[in-house]
Design a binder for this molecule. Structure first.
Ligand SMILES: NC(=O)C1=CN([C@@H]2O[C@H](COP(=O)(O)OP(=O)(O)OC[C@H]3O[C@@H](n4cnc5c(N)ncnc54)[C@H](O)[C@@H]3O)[C@@H](O)[C@H]2O)C=CC1
Ligand SMILES: O=C([O-])CC(=O)C(=O)O
Length: 260
């Protein structure tokens, strides 16, 4: 499997480092698309991959899979070209699907082109449970409480903890486009972005990005608490988000599917 990555940030650099050893996966990263030329060229020469700033050049390479690890804007900008060029895609900036029409459009485009769009579990878990719980529409309530440090939220230092936001996943991703992609994941796996409830708390005492997910329905109840270590290079992103892409890439290459 030949893999291309959109983005040259934290997750991209981690994937390049992990996959430089050909034995980690049945696949290798061969191309990068970015807009930061200095960083892109540095990564390209270090890991012996091609760096592009132009989507057509990037997609003209023989790629089987494109991993988006950039921003919601970049995902929106490039997604259709990637899928139309018959490449499988993984999307980290899941918030791009706050527009349900776009999700429907991309689903149809992927089917038409015989490819798969994967939304990895990212910085959370429990998506398998929500999907099972809603298999015959029996899921009733889903809520996520996200607690992060001011640095992780990109805010100035605060003296004490504060509830910054309470509302729907749809409102949350509009207010915190870099911090609650996980809320959109829950919404897509469960009862949708308008019904999924989100609370965002800034907490100066906290070192880890934490997510507490609560759900109930005909299946019973779930509580899931995740205290994520940050990526070493960037406190905004949880380490688990990068690990989930690695694992999703591995799943894609395996013959047995575990879960759901
Ligand atoms: N699904 C999930 O659970 C999680 C999702 N994320 C999301 O994953 C994405 C990547 O995260 P990180 O690597 O930590 O971010 P980062 O900020 O370290 O890197 C983002 C990269 O995207 C590049 N970029 C921005 N606009 C671009 C464009 N138009 N074309 C090409 N490249 C562009 C930037 O130059 C930068 O290299 C972010 O959207 C983040 O919010 C992060 C954590 C968890
Ligand atoms: O890394 C995390 O804990 C979650 C995150 O930023 C996101 O969902 O966008």
């Amino acid at each position: 499997m030949k893999i291309g990555i959109i983005g040259t940030g934290n997750i991209a650099a981690y994937l390049l480092e992990q996959l430089k050893d050909a034995n980690v996966l049945n696949g290798e990263i061969t191309a990068l698309l970015g807009r930061n030329i200095e960083v892109g060229e540095r990564l390209a020469s270090r890991y012996n991959v091609d760096f592009h700033t132009d989507i057509r050049e990037f997609l003209s390479a023989p790629l089987d899979m494109v991993v988006e690890a950039a921003t919601i804007e970049a995902a929106a900008l490039y997604m259709k070209d990637v899928v139309a060029s018959k490449k499988n895609m993984m999307i980290s900036s899941v918030g791009v699907f706050q527009d349900v029409h776009l999700l429907n459009e991309m689903t149809a485009l992927a089917k038409l082109n015989g490819v798969q769009i994967t939304l990895p579990s990212g910085a959370i878990g429990g998506l398998d449970l929500l999907k099972s719980a809603n298999a015959v529409n029996g899921l009733k309530n889903v809520q996520i409480t996200t607690r992060k440090s001011p640095a992780s939220l990109g805010l100035p230092y605060e003296q004490k903890e504060e509830l910054l936001f309470e509302g729907s996943a749809l409102q949350a991703i509009q207010k915190f486009p870099r911090n609650v992609n996980v809320a959109l994941l829950l919404a897509l796996a469960g009862i949708g972005a308008e019904k999924t409830k989100v609370r965002v708390i800034v907490d100066p005492a906290i070192k880890r990005n934490t997510h507490t997910i609560e759900a109930d329905g005909d299946f019973g109840e779930m509580q899931l608490h995740i205290a994520n270590n940050p990526m070493p290079a960037n406190p905004k992103t949880s380490y688990l988000a990068a690990l989930s892409i690695l694992e999703a890439l591995r799943d894609d290459a395996s013959g047995v599917r575990i879960g759901n």
